[in-house]
Design a protein around this ligand. Structure first.
Ligand code: FES
Ligand code: FES
Length: 857
């Protein structure tokens, strides 16, 4: 505890005194002074740039700056910028679409303001990109951030465009607030009497827990409680589909990966909680972790405590006779593909605030992707009725699928419930890496054959995904990989099996693309090998095989008119493809599809409420998580379209107090289903005369998909697909990727500017997936990468030019023809990069990442 010593500096023009025991300046700003525009994405490693502030006129990250170093210094945060500068920066970033989730943005705005002051009109795009090397943005791909900088340097004043109806490019809802850090995330919230929690994670991926001693932790001054699994009154295990994930591992239990929690420590302040959490003593009996998925599947030893067998799921289907047809094909290629594990690296680490209420209920603030699932799991753990807990969604700082499962919601809610006091818990970056589910590494053994004209005849695929210990949605990811094994192609004979293995490696689950990326990296690779054998271009072989309406696809689905988008995307990139070849560039092409929605027989229902108020405002209540993808903006635009109201009067609210719940915001379905529900609520409102003070409830449902396993010969496993063709152009002299042309069929672009930005961000992520990103583990199941820098995420200077072409081939039966854009964005990228690299050096690649130098020439 602090003994009264203080540090002094000036903050935004005024002298301040803070305790001198904060670990860094950022902690003093956020935790003691309540200055929350600098965000904490990775403290104390200084690798994301979110915490950037001005120190004596210089932009620096504040999370690795000791208070001794800033003694007497002048610190300026966005709160202290003059109004004109704040306003100008906010308008420029919002107007150009330079932000999505916004978590990285305040830090970048500080950096850009500092650069502009120093370099003025001399600040060009390349210089800015180099200086942004200290910053990560996982959402935007940096393209529009650099657009904003260029305009500002030229002295231009880009102005936000008011939101309009469907199909217009208005500025993101709440874009101005996001730009300058005025929009709060969970960790920015403070309530009276709030305590702080920290987790103690296991030291071994697989070990029996002999004893847990919390005495020393509990004795630390400032600690008010230490809880273990023994304190959980209800169910120990939770989970989205299988209830197999322990909230904490009890004495007598066994750990199954390094993200397992053994204790939660609650204290008056965060640092005390974190320090005390390290003092929990655990007596382990370590066991050898099972880390090889092939070994796990064949072995007799169970990887996961309390569960039988290591096969989480097996997804199988066949049409025709693939083996016989392969034997008769004119050309056959076989390849063993291996993809890697990937960390989401959303910039906002997981945070939860649980607040017990005077009436005996509890209010939980969560940044999760499925707040109703959070509520149900919390209540099962506490053994209380779901009516006693409300989980309020706080728009998060990125998720990409990694915030579907509960992370620290359970432990935080438990502590708050038992103590009867508000408790907040925010994971460190290291804990975030360890706990949440990743993208699956998948081994794919693929054989594909075609006739002498390059028409695909047969495919045989065997996939093995390392799912880690707990189910999460791992079985669905491998099911989706199986379903998408054929890519967007017509193949009459298929034989597919995808197995999800349980191991003691990190849990794997949802991540943008959801199995389609892995499967189509392999399929695109096989297609390019066949094209090379036949002496035809990558573009030509795709054109000959792309699905058309009426074709049978994948597990047997008959494609509808929406699939014309695939051919249109291919045609859209043809001019650039021809031009790049004519210019002597190395080129690679990828074509992909990705379902929108859950499909596979799930009944999907989305509800929304529209309410007109006496003051002329319109409240739109929906149920989807805003995580930067723009679902709030979509909801507002639909209300403007349908009701003809002034967009300035539309207020969008995620409502968790009513039963609007539609499950996880996943599978590119928020826009599609959210728009459908809001449109229906508007229809009901119009039919009801648009009277004020009335909740007009609307609904959109998808109830016509079928399971892949159904007896139906032609099951419609998905209601909609997005399609994309991506062209990667490499300069032969430098070997660097100089351009990506991305043609995306989104069905209908509700907001074309937001769509374009989604695609740019996805291409950035896809290039990282293809080239440099990885999250490996050792034989103990321990990640060998522990920092953001080690993940291999591309920085601003490494991102090539990205040309987005939006294609709008409407999806039958979908509201406005929407198909969704979030997930398809990076499905074709890795295949296109592999083909371009092959064109460059003649080498086929089958393993990700391909680790090529990515700097633009
Ligand atoms: S929080 Fe300081 S650089 Fe990431
Ligand atoms: S907008 Fe940059 S991380 Fe989300």
């Amino acid at each position: 505890m602090n003994d009264g010593r203080v540090s002094e500096f000036r903050l935004n023009g005024a002298p301040v005194r803070v305790r001198d025991d904060h670990p860094h300046l950022l902690a003093a700003l956020r935790e003691e002074l309540g200055v929350v525009s600098p965000k904490d994405g990775c403290s104390p490693s200084g690798q994301c740039g979110c915490c950037t502030v001005m120190v004596d006129g210089k932009a620096v990250v504040s999370c690795n700056l000791s208070l001794t170093k800033v003694e007497g210094a002048e610190i300026t945060t966005l709160e202290g910028f003059d109004d004109a500068t704040r306003d100008r920066m906010a308008r420029a970033f919002a107007a150009t679409g330079a932000l999505q989730c916004g978590f990285c943005t305040p830090g970048i705005v500080v950096r850009v303001a500092s650069l502009l002051e120093k370099k003025g009109a001399g600040l060009d795009r390349d210089t800015a990109a180099r200086h942004l090397g200290a910053h990560l943005c996982r959402c935007t791909g940096y393209v529009k951030i650099l657009d904003a900088v260029e305009l500002l340097a030229k002295g231009e004043e880009p102005q936000p465009t008011p939101l309009g109806g469907v199909g217009t490019s208005g500025t993101r809802y709440q874009g101005l607030e996001l730009a300058v850090g005025d929009k709060h995330y969970v960790d920015d919230l403070r309530v009276d009497g709030m305590l702080h929690a920290a987790l103690h994670l296991t030291a071994h991926a697989r070990a029996d827990i002999v004893a847990i001693d919390t005495t020393e932790a509990a004795a630390v001054p400032g600690v008010v409680g230490v809880f273990t699994a023994a304190d959980i009154p209800g169910t120990l295990r939770v989970g989205l589909i299988h209830k197999d994930w322990p909230v904490m591992i009890p004495v007598g239990g066994r750990t199954s990966y390094l993200g397992d929690v053994l204790a939660v420590v609650v204290a008056e302040d965060r640092e005390t909680a974190r320090r005390a959490a390290t003092l929990v003593e655990v007596d382990y009996a370590p066991l050898t972790p099972i880390t090889d998925p092939a070994f796990a599947v064949d072995g007799a030893d169970d990887a996961v405590w309390g569960l039988d067998g290591n096969v989480l799921s097996r997804s199988v289907y066949a049409r025709g006779d693939a083996d016989a047809e392969l034997a008769a094909c004119a050309r056959v290629v076989h390849e063993e593909f291996q993809t890697q594990r990937i960390e989401h690296a959303f910039l906002e680490p997981e945070s939860t605030l649980a607040v017990p209420l005077p009436d005996g209920r509890m209010h939980v603030y969560s940044g999760g992707q499925g707040v109703w699932d959070d509520r149900d799991q919390i209540c099962a753990m506490l053994d209380i009725d779901p009516s006693l807990v409300t989980v309020e969604l706080v728009s998060n700082g990125g998720a990409f699928g990694g915030k579907e499962d509960m992370s620290n919601q359970g432990q935080t809610a438990l502590a708050a419930w038992l103590l009867g006091r508000p408790v907040k818990c925010t994971l460190t970056r290291e804990q975030s890496f360890l706990m949440h589910a990743k993208r699956h590494p998948v081994h794919i053994s693929l054989t594909v054959g075609c006739d002498e004209n390059g028409n695909l005849r047969a495919l045989r695929a065997r996939m093995l995904g390392d799912s880690g210990p707990y189910a999460s949605v791992g079985m669905k990811v491998l099911e989706r990989a199986a379903g998408h094994a054929c890519g967007p192609y017509r193949i009459p004979n298929v034989d597919v099996e995808a197995v999800a293995a349980r191991t003691n490696n990190p849990v794997c689950g949802a991540f943008r693309g959801f199995g389609a990326n892995q499967a189509q990296f392999a399929m695109e690779g096989a297609l390019d090998r066949l094209a090379a054998e036949l002496g035809i271009s990558g573009w030509e072989i795709r054109l000959r095989n792309v699905v058309d309406p009426g074709d049978v696809w994948g597990p047997g689905q008959i494609m509808d008119d929406g699939c014309r988008g695939a051919r249109r995307c291919l045609e859209a990139v043809k001019p650039a493809y021809d031009a790049a070849q004519a210019a002597g560039k190395a080129v690679g092409l990828g074509l992909g599809l990705k379902n929108s929605g859950l499909g596979n027989g799930f009944l999907e229902i989305s509800r929304a409420v529209v309410r007109l108020e006496d003051d002329g405002t319109v409240e739109v209540r929906h149920c989807w998580t805003e995580m930067g993808q723009g679902v709030h903006t979509v909801a507002a635009q639909v209300a403007v379209e349908e009701l003809g109201v002034d967009p300035a009067n539309v207020r969008v609210v995620v409502d968790t107090t009513r039963e609007l719940g539609a499950g996880q915001t996943t599978g590119s379905r928020g826009t599609l289903m959210g728009a459908g529900a809001v449109a229906d609520a508007c229809r009901v409102a119009k039919e009801g005369g648009c009277r004020t003070g009335i909740d007009y409830l609307g609904e959109y449902r998808v109830d016509w998909t079928r399971s892949m396993d159904s007896d139906d010969e032609h099951p419609t496993i998905h209601s909609a697909f997005g399609y994309a063709a991506q062209l990667v152009v490499i300069d032969r002299d430098s070997g660097g990727i100089e351009r990506v042309v991305a043609a995306h069929d989104v069905g209908r672009a509700v907001n074309p500017a937001l769509c374009e930005n989604q695609v740019e961000g996805a291409v950035h992520m896809g290039l990282g997936y293809a080239l440099s990103e990885d999250f490996p583990t050792d034989t103990e199941g321990r990640p060998t990468v522990t920092t953001l820098r080690g993940l291999g995420i591309l920085r601003a200077k490494d991102v090539p030019a990205i040309d987005v072409i939006l294609v709008e081939e409407p999806q039958p039966r979908a509201p406005y023809g929407i198909k969704g854009v979030g997930e398809i964005g990076l499905v074709p990228t890795a295949g296109a990069v592999a083909a371009a690299l092959h064109d460059l050096d003649g080498e086929w690649r089958a393993t990700l990442p391909m680790r090529r130098e990515t700097r633009s020439p």
